[in-house]
Design a binder for this molecule. Structure first.
Ligand code: HEM
Ligand SMILES: [Ca+2]
Length: 585
């Protein structure tokens, strides 16, 4: 080989190593070339680069293991670093803390009641500016009940797993009363129309109706798995149950990515099928670091407050909550202790068998199932109900005691201020109350805030701040949910971490662990074309048969209210054949 050619080759190899161009085309025999060069004239630097490269390829400590492909009920062992952090994000762990406290308030804030009455209480209902429906918030409520379940005896403890693993359906522990009564222990099935978390019974019935769809989906998946793989699954309730759960969580994840986040960002108003995918592998390359996956997640206290979206509750759902709270003996004037006692009283008389629970006065049939049309009614009505707008003075009065409890609890635990949280997110801290409220500012709110917080912007507490700061524009691609500014930024970071750090959604989300599940099994070709990649309609069509029209916006775009949907889709000339027919009409 001529000297020039050799130098060229060495340069090529160095570029390959230094810039980590991948994938490497091994048919070019690069490795062999290095060995040839070294055999002629060993060079310590080259040798080092070669050994470093080979060494780097294997993760240390080992990141994945053979087997262990089931989700544990309490969320333990969800990190691929199983050797070190099997309790990462497990139910019963302490909340994480995200932000440092840098500025302590210069004076003691007024009582939580004063704060609520001044800047949080809803006086008149304001419709959501983009016409987001209550149905979107039914899913949001399942998500928050999946992630958060603060222990009333110790607010540092979260009784749920810090992952999207359908805890409200499957329960939060192997041994607790919550887990066992939901299963039949035959053929991997859940008891008919059953879920584990009794808190869902106190939510608007649309939330329970949506959770029942996931319960039915589990049983459908288990049935199909057994039919298709009798050799593996006959006489193996546990394998069947666990595999069905993994797949059901896969549907849930896909709904979150393709329906929920796409609606939140307003992508369905465009023709784009792009979606934010937190699960993709991103390996190390020239200038970019690897973005790890499956390393485990523990939700933070700040995230808990960021996700309290009580301003969004639709008018009719507030009426429903008022009746429900009255039945329990809770009023806006109840004290926090009274509230806790009433909820406890209610839960002690609940049937120990969740397959006997009912909500919204629905009656189970002889198989134990709720009537399809009653479940559908709640979801359809949810699409008719316009959610509430975010921003100051938008929380229904019936939530007073809950919010007072929340504010007091945040103080006991020492949550950071609104501005310290913005610093943590690398957002510009607000320099004045006018800055916090935006332009033009609502001067009434500005003045109320000034008087509550001693005219010092650094004193504004995180939660009351999040609930009253300026909101992003509605009817706008990128910010369709019109969230408060700081909330909108934080929620995406938390969502991405939550999903990406769960090994069952990333490193272990593969067809082997999912028994070669056919993801097209629920698919309906006509609706597939019209849904912009969304999939929640598949659950409506499959588990509430004969009720939904597969080309109706009520089915395909249920997260936008029916009064707004035509306007929302006005730029979608690609949706040929879509209709606006209301189900059950
Ligand atoms: C009518 C509808 C709703 C009702 C009746 C309701 C009721 C409640 C109650 C009673 C609590 C206090 C729980 C406790 O600490 O004991 C609470 C907390 C909370 N709510 Fe809501 N809520 C509703 C809607 C929502 C929505 C739409 C979201 C967000 C998507 C949400 C997110 C939260 C969060 C994150 C907490 C803190 C949970 C915890 O720390 O365990 N809620 N809600
Ligand atoms: Ca969970």
């Amino acid at each position: 080989m001529g000297k020039l050619k050799e130098i060229k080759e060495i340069a090529e190899l160095l570029i390959l190593f230094l810039f980590q161009k991948s994938p490497i085309d091994d048919s070019k025999l690069f490795l062999e070339k290095i060995i040839k060069i070294m055999s002629k004239e060993p060079h310590p630097l080259f040798e080092r680069v070669l050994v470093t490269q080979l060494w780097n390829e294997i993760a240390k400590p080992p990141a994945m293991f053979a087997g262990y492909s089931y989700r544990d009920f309490d969320g333990s062992d969800y990190s691929r670093f199983r050797l070190f952090s099997s309790t990462f994000g497990m139910a019963g762990s302490q909340y994480a803390r995200s932000a440092r406290i840098q500025n302590l308030p210069s004076e003691i804030p007024p009582t939580a009641e004063t704060i609520f009455d001044s800047i949080m209480e809803r006086n008149t209902f304001k419709a959501h500016p983009s016409g987001i429906s209550a149905t979107l918030f039914y899913l949001a409520t399942i998500i928050t009940h999946d992630l958060f379940n603060t222990d009333p005896r110790d607010p540092t403890i979260n009784r749920n797993s810090s992952y999207l693993d359908l805890t409200p359906l499957y329960g939060n522990s192997k041994i607790s009363a919550m887990q066992q009564p939901i299963r039949t222990f035959q053929d991997g099935l859940l008891k008919p129309d059953t879920f584990a978390d009794s808190r869902i019974l106190l939510q608007p019935p649309g939330v329970g109706a949506m959770l029942i769809l996931f319960s039915r989906n589990h049983n459908y998946i288990a049935g199909e798995l057994l039919k298709k793989n009798p050799d593996r699954f006959s006489n193996s309730d546990e394998d069947l149950f666990q595999t069905a759960r993994l797949i059901n969580c896969g549907y849930y994840l896909k709904i979150v990515i393709h329906n929920y986040i796409r609606t939140i960002l307003g992508l369905d108003a465009t023709k784009s099928e792009w979606f934010l995918d937190p699960t993709k592998p991103y390996n190390k390359s020239w200038l970019l670091q690897e973005v790890p996956t499956g390393i485990g997640n523990q939700v933070s206290l700040e995230f808990n407050y960021i996700y309290r979206w009580h301003p969004a509750i639709a008018e009719k759902d507030v009426e429903w909550s008022e009746k429900e709270f009255k039945r329990l003996g809770i009023t806006p004037e109840s004290t926090v202790n009274e509230f806790k006692e009433k909820v406890k009283d209610w839960s002690t008389i609940l049937n120990k068998d969740p397959s006997k629970w009912t909500f919204n006065n629905m009656i189970r049939d002889e198989e134990g199932k709720f009537p399809n049309n009653k479940l559908a009614e709640e979801l359809v009505n949810g699409t008719e109900k316009v959610a509430g707008a975010f921003g100051a003075n938008n929380i229904p009065k019936i939530f007073r005691v809950i919010e007072v409890y929340g504010i007091q609890s945040a103080r006991t635990l020492g949550l950071c201020s609104l501005n310290d949280f913005r610093r943590f997110l690398k957002l510009k801290p607000y320099d004045s109350f006018e800055d916090m409220m935006g332009h033009p500012s609502d001067l009434t709110v500005v003045n109320k805030l000034k008087s509550l917080y001693g005219n010092a912007i650094e004193n504004v507490e995180l939660y009351p701040g999040l609930m009253s700061e300026k909101t992003k524009p509605g009817d706008n691609i990128g910010s369709m949910l019109a969230l408060p500014f700081t909330v909108s930024r934080a929620i995406l970071s938390d969502a991405v971490n939550l999903v990406r750090n769960d090994r069952f959604f990333t490193d272990d989300f593969n067809q082997h662990n999912l028994a070669y599940w056919d993801w097209n099994i629920l698919e309906d070709q006509a609706s597939k074309k019209l849904a912009s990649g969304g999939i929640i309609h598949q659950l409506f069509l499959k588990h509430l048969p004969g009720i939904y029209d597969n080309k109706s916006t009520w089915t395909l775009y249920s997260f936008i209210s029916s009064s707004k949907i035509k306007d929302h889709l006005k730029n979608r000339d690609d949706l040929e054949g879509i209709n606006y027919n209301k189900p059950l009409d």
